[in-house]
Design a protein around this ligand. Structure first.
Ligand code: AMP
Length: 408
């Protein structure tokens, strides 16, 4: 299938041609005709599959017919993080280059004023994070009464981050007759529950395989003592002469501490996480992209939306408490058909986290020792077997969920 068979406007096919897109990815092939036909969709597609163009292109196509100067917001894309909002915005702007449509982005952590002036000029398509969108609605700078299409991008993450209330408040402002598109990397009960309230007779689309151009992410697990993880990380990066390595930790404190220590090892490294200002995050990311820093240590939330086409290496310094995050993490590499390597450093005490990841992946990962970094079996680091309750508590702690009080 080619882009021309999707019946897209020339203004759009010209733009994507310039971006080097030749063949629509599976999610694009399946979603674009359905969205153009006005259907609601529920799509299982992780990042790296080309999901953004899968909703952006048909939305732009549908809106090219409107030429009124008033420009009420006709399409809204909700994203969980500002990084993803920026990324989606950039994609929309490049796809819309040869159309007359105006696109704006609104996220928190920065002054609202430039966003207010953008809204005043009129916006056809808005990309926003839920909190800042509500600020705009309350100020009266955003009116969603003419909305035709709403997209929930990375809906699983939005729920994980506790945006349920914000989502409901936004929904209350939307016309009931609208098209709703829900994209999620993973599906669980919470997503299905949300989909029931949101979607009207949706078309289900599931793309198990990542990008058509055969994305290849090699996955390795090194078992290593936790107090030697920094050493093995610096060793791998240094000895193999890797550049642009994205490293994941579970906490902001660990991200900062690791970045500092790696700099001492002679590897220019910076950290990116939610405690940094938007400006600082943008600067850190730009320096990483330009190759000024060799490694970037990120928390799961901060890494969302980081889109570096040729990022080759991802290191899971700590395995995530939420197993699905593993998929998002390794999805940072192997984008758009490039190959990638994802290494997980697992201390013997983290084995239960690997089990959870393997369950989500539905396959076992190869565990090995790196010569010189074998775990010290004489240490008291035998794997801890946790009860399901223990796992649940750790997961809740990681997500900041407080246990429910027992009713008397
Ligand atoms: P996404 O899953 O939307 O984050 O897209 C992943 C990457 O694939 C982005 O860098 C896109 O620019 C790129 N991409 C999207 N669609 C195509 C396509 N049909 N051909 C080649 N690259 C694409």
């Amino acid at each position: 299938m080619s882009f021309s068979s999707l019946a897209l406007d020339k203004s759009l096919t010209d733009a994507i041609k310039e971006l080097g897109y030749e063949i629509p990815t599976p999610i694009q092939q399946q979603a674009i005709p359905e969205i153009l036909a006005g259907k609601d969709i529920m799509a299982g597609a992780q990042t790296g599959t080309g999901k953004t163009a899968a909703f952006a292109l048909p939305i732009l196509q549908q809106l090219t017919k409107y030429t009124d100067a008033l420009r009420p917001i006709r399409a809204l894309v909700l994203t969980p993080t500002r990084e993803l909002a920026q990324q989606v915005y950039k994609n929309f702007v490049s796809y819309a280059e040869y159309t007359h449509l105006k696109i704006a982005v609104a996220y928190g952590g920065v002054s609202i004023n430039p966003q207010l002036s953008a809204m005043e000029k009129g916006v056809d398509i808005l990309i926003a994070t839920p909190g800042r969108l509500l600020d705009h609605i309350e100020k009266g700078s955003v009116d969603l009464s003419q909305l035709q299409t709403i997209v929930f991008d990375e809906a699983d993450r939005m729920l994980d981050m506790g945006f349920k209330n914000e989502i409901n408040r936004v929904l209350a402002r939307l016309p009931s007759k609208r098209q709703t598109l829900l994209f999620s990397a993973t599906f669980d009960d919470a997503i299905f529950k949300l989909s029931k309230t949101l979607l009207n007779d949706p078309t289900l689309i599931e793309v198990n395989e990542r990008n058509t151009a055969a994305t290849q992410v090699e996955q390795l697990v090194y078992t290593v003592d936790s107090d030697r993880k920094r050493e093995i990380t610096s060793y791998l990066i240094g000895s193999k002469n890797w550049h642009q390595v994205l490293i994941f930790t579970r906490t902001k404190q660990m991200a900062d501490a690791l970045a500092k220590e790696m700099c001492k090892d002679g590897i220019p490294t910076q950290a990116i996480h939610g405690d940094k200002s938007q400006g600082a995050r943008e600067r850190v990311l730009a320096e990483f992209k330009q190759g000024k820093t060799r490694a970037l240590v990120a928390t799961d939330v901060a890494a969302r939306g980081i889109d570096i086409i040729d990022l080759k290496y991802v290191i899971n310094y700590e395995l995530p408490y939420v197993a699905e995050d593993y998929i998002h993490r390794i999805g940072r590499t192997g984008r758009a058909g490039n190959s990638g390597l994802a290494i997980s450093l697992m201390s013997p005490k983290e084995e239960w986290l690997l089990e959870a990841v393997e369950k989500v992946l539905d396959s076992a990962l190869l565990q090995q020792w790196l010569p010189g970094f074998e775990p010290d079996l004489t240490k008291q680091n035998q794997p801890t077997k946790r009860s399901n309750k223990g796992k649940q508590q750790a997961r809740n702690k990681a997500l900041g969920i407080k246990p429910k009080k027992k009713r008397r």
